[in-house]
Write a new protein. Structure first.
Length: 192
């Protein structure tokens, strides 16, 4: 009973944090505000999370896990027939997820804390390697294509998404279009 109540409270805290992040932005989602939203006294919040950064990290880990599963499913059932289509699939997956989960967008781009940066960097590196294998297996890039271009493409894409979501809560379409052009053109330089 006590363990179940603890899990329910942790879930309430994470749900409250997601709602505040999505509605009011990163700065508004303080530990005190999250506790008030979850109906948990601030002093009790420390029993579940030692600080706000731990709440942010746990919530971002959940988002990363969901996004990873979506990307895995897309690459396991490929619909892309060309390199540009593969880039579009990756961009569309990220864009759709960020639009549906504004709390993720806030943590990904506005939550500039070392733990969050490490989570995003590790995710991008893992996805870059996953996409590199996919592109090589599908013959979209030669087998001797180094991994570095995919790592750089993810880094550049992430920065452009940051700009797009600073320009508009839904992601500025013009910036997203430029991200598609830039990443596709860069990766196409590796195609024979």
């Amino acid at each position: 009973m006590v363990q179940r109540r603890g899990k329910e409270r942790r879930r309430a805290i994470l749900d409250a944090a997601a709602a505040l992040l999505g509605e009011q932005g990163y700065e508004a989602a303080t530990l005190k505000a999250i506790g008030e939203r979850a109906g948990i006294p601030t002093a009790s919040m420390y029993h579940y999370f030692p600080d706000r950064h731990q709440v942010d990290a746990e919530l971002l880990r959940q988002h990363v896990s969901e996004l990873d599963a979506l990307i895995g499913a897309a690459l396991d059932n490929p619909r892309a027939r060309t390199l540009p289509e593969a880039v579009d699939v990756m961009i569309d997956l990220h864009l759709d997820y960020f639009r549906r989960h504004p709390s993720c967008t806030e943590l990904w781009f506005a939550g500039r804390h070392e733990t969050l940066d490490e989570l995003v960097r590790a995710f991008d590196e893992a996805q870059a390697e996953r996409l590199w294998r996919y592109l090589v297996e599908r013959g979209f890039v030669p087998a001797d294509t180094p991994l570095l271009p995919l790592l750089l493409a993810f880094e550049v894409g992430s920065r452009l998404f940051d700009i797009a979501f600073r320009r508009s809560p839904a992601g500025d379409e013009a910036t997203i279009a430029e991200a598609r052009r830039l990443v596709t053109a860069y990766l196409e330089t590796y195609v024979s």
